[in-house]
Design a protein around this ligand. Structure first.
Ligand code: BDP
Length: 625
């Protein structure tokens, strides 16, 4: 809730980024995100592993054409991983600007006649891809994928040099936003309002894949229920005019429905629904055909379920659902935000153990593998854009920073809003088919009480609903924007609130906190009559610190703080969920509020339970009965 850099609005100059101009985007205006896969017509090579790595300290990598020759460096960096914590070098950890990754890649010899693509799952926050000497892709936005068709640059069986330049800069026109301060000696410092470390690099996989020229380019699936039957409405886009054939198989492989044509509805009799805690997935196979011959085949897991907000209830498959779980982060020692399948499995195991049925992808889209895992394991996801830190009022805090308006030509402006719109488009394009995703969160804790908030957010809500009319839309409200001062909450379906009574407010005084929290929540319930989820409540806790008193930072206090919150939640009719902040301790930028990061984890950063984990387990496993 509090930004942690001391003087975030100090002297600074804005610089333009060298790569951002005159670069053709692939398929302008159209965001297509089908995840690469191996199928009867497609092949896939993971480019994960060690890449040559070089920091562009003088901002000269592009003018010196580093991509045009082997990188002069002895450093190697693993993909996927953030690069910041790998090296024993502060100047790399805190570098502001571009870094270069490079490796050679051999195109499988059987790929002659196919289209060949490079796909980057995430380049945080901006990436440029070069194949040999050619610049083939440019993308802004650190947590969504992009790709390039490199067929013209490569030959089947041949080798090529692949370079990816990655920039970690955040400005007032990026999502998330930030500012760069430049000292007299040229040292650059990145400031930002969000409370997690600005990890950068290639934190997710990079792929080389083949696909036919005439192929399935996009699939959109929405589902409904009609009595005991499931309805799967689909729309398939192909690269050129082609016939489309659909078949749906159940988990045993039996075909349960077929259709043809680019759009339609498949009826599944006696459907098995996708349920929280009891996932069931069908497989939809979409084929493109020319003159009756299959040119492409793409398979997509499909869960049949409905979601609806009705009055003060959140319904999944027509049944009221109560969210238990966490706001999470992609964060672990050494890897930073690097996707890690061991942590993925372990985190979901811990969530199951503790009785969590949901999480929020605070504060950015997570790796696609995480979403697929949630689909397969029946965990409900609130899927969030990286629009965090759109709130400059916190900068006027106790350290005397200059208070600025959040929405103004110099701060969050029209270009910021456009970047935000693009982040929404890419999130929905990537995640629209995941049954686990039951709500979009378009921003975390924006200054929704400041002038300009409504003008900024209204078009974004409209866009979100246009892109996906099937899911509820929310934003996450900050404590300072009360039901009286908030200007945008009525635009949304569910009230997601972050409240820290007993921590940032009423610190150590749980009796006062209990009264204030209850009054606050009742205000929201009375004003809006919509479902309320507490998307953040938590207390920093140093594992191993104990006291017989209600002393903040102790394990006992975290337990008492959560219990106080739960007493209040249980008295509020509109309450449909609780997600503790945070699943695990996580790294942040340095500051006097943080000791080696944020310690509000119910688990430590290495995933050991604090006392609160056992307390939550006992509440959540009994709620589930
Ligand atoms: C909230 C933010 C979250 C912070 C948390 C905190 O949404 O990112 O980490 O406060 O202060 O305001 O722990």
């Amino acid at each position: 809730m509090f930004h942690l850099s001391l003087f975030p609005f100090g002297n600074r100059s804005h610089e333009s980024t060298p790569h951002s101009r005159h670069v053709p985007h692939r398929r302008v205006g159209k965001v297509i995100m089908l995840k690469p896969q191996s199928s009867p017509t497609r092949e896939l090579v993971a480019l994960d592993g060690l890449w040559a790595f070089k920091v562009d300290r003088q901002r000269s990598g592009e003018s010196e054409r580093w991509f045009a020759a082997p990188l002069e460096t002895t450093l190697e960096a693993p993909v996927p991983a953030s690069y910041n914590d790998l090296f024993v070098d502060e100047s790399i950890r805190g570098h502001v600007g571009w870094v270069y990754y490079q490796r050679t890649v051999r195109v499988p010899r059987g790929w002659a006649g196919e289209r060949v693509f490079v796909r980057v799952e995430a380049a945080t926050h901006e990436g440029v891809v070069y194949v040999g000497d050619a610049r083939v892709a440019h993308h802004v936005g650190g947590y969504t994928p992009f790709e390039a068709d490199i067929t013209e640059q490569v030959t089947a069986g041949g080798e090529f040099r692949l370079t990816i330049a990655v920039n970690n800069e955040l400005t007032n026109e990026t999502i998330p936003p930030g500012t760069i301060e430049v000292d007299a000696d040229g040292t650059r410092r990145q400031r930002y309002m969000h409370d997690f470390y600005n990890y950068a690099g290639l934190a997710r996989s990079v792929w080389l894949y083949s696909a036919p020229a005439v192929r399935v380019d996009d699939i959109t699936v929405t589902t409904d229920v009609d009595g005991s039957a499931g309805l799967v409405a689909y729309a398939v886009e192909t690269t050129v005019d082609a016939d489309v054939r659909i078949s749906i198989r159940d988990a045993s492989g039996k075909v349960v429905g077929t259709a043809s044509g680019a759009a339609g509805t498949v009826r599944i009799d006696d459907v098995t629904l996708w349920q929280p805690g009891a996932a069931y997935l069908y497989t939809l196979v979409a084929e493109a055909l020319v003159d009756g011959a299959v040119t492409d085949s793409y398979s997509l897991p499909v869960g049949v379920r409905t979601v609806e907000v009705r009055g003060m209830q959140f319904l999944i498959n027509g049944t009221p659902f109560y969210f238990t779980g966490f706001g999470k982060h992609e964060d672990s020692p050494v890897r930073g935000k690097g996707h890690d399948t061991a942590y993925l499995v372990h985190d979901f195991q811990l969530m199951e153990w503790i009785g969590a049925n949901s999480f929020r992808t605070s504060h950015y889209p997570y790796a696609e593998e995480v979403m697929e895992f949630a689909d397969r394991h029946g965990i409900v996801v609130i899927d969030e854009t990286p629009a965090v830190g759109l709130n400059l009022s916190m900068g006027g805090g106790i350290f005397g920073g200059v208070k600025q308006s959040t929405f103004s030509p110099e701060t969050a402006n029209e270009r910021t809003q456009q970047a935000h719109a693009q982040a929404i488009r890419e999130l929905i394009a990537r995640d629209k088919n995941h049954p686990s995703v039951l709500m979009w969160s378009i921003s975390n804790e924006p200054a929704s009480n400041e002038q300009g908030a409504r003008e900024y957010f209204e078009p974004l809500v409209t866009l979100t609903r246009e892109l996906d009319p099937s899911r509820p839309v929310t934003f996450v409200n900050v404590m300072f924007a009360s039901h009286e001062s908030d200007l945008i909450a009525d635009l949304f379906d569910v009230m997601c609130l972050n409240r820290y009574y007993g921590w940032y407010v009423d610190t150590g005084d749980l009796a006062a906190a209990e009264k204030h929290l209850e009054a606050d929540l009742l205000g929201w319930q009375e004003k809006y009559g919509r479902p309320i989820i507490m998307t953040e409540y938590g207390a920093d806790t140093q594992a191993g610190l104990h006291s017989v008193f209600a002393a903040p930072w102790t394990e006992e206090y975290q337990v008492a703080y959560l219990e106080m919150n739960h007493r209040v939640f249980d008295r509020i009719e509109a309450f449909v969920g609780e997600q503790v902040w945070n699943f695990a301790d996580f790294q942040t930028s340095a500051g006097v509020f943080r000791v080696d990061g944020n310690k509000k984890g119910v688990f430590t950063r290495d995933r050991r339970p604090k006392a609160a984990a056992h307390a939550l387990r006992s509440r959540w496993t009994s709620l589930a009965k």
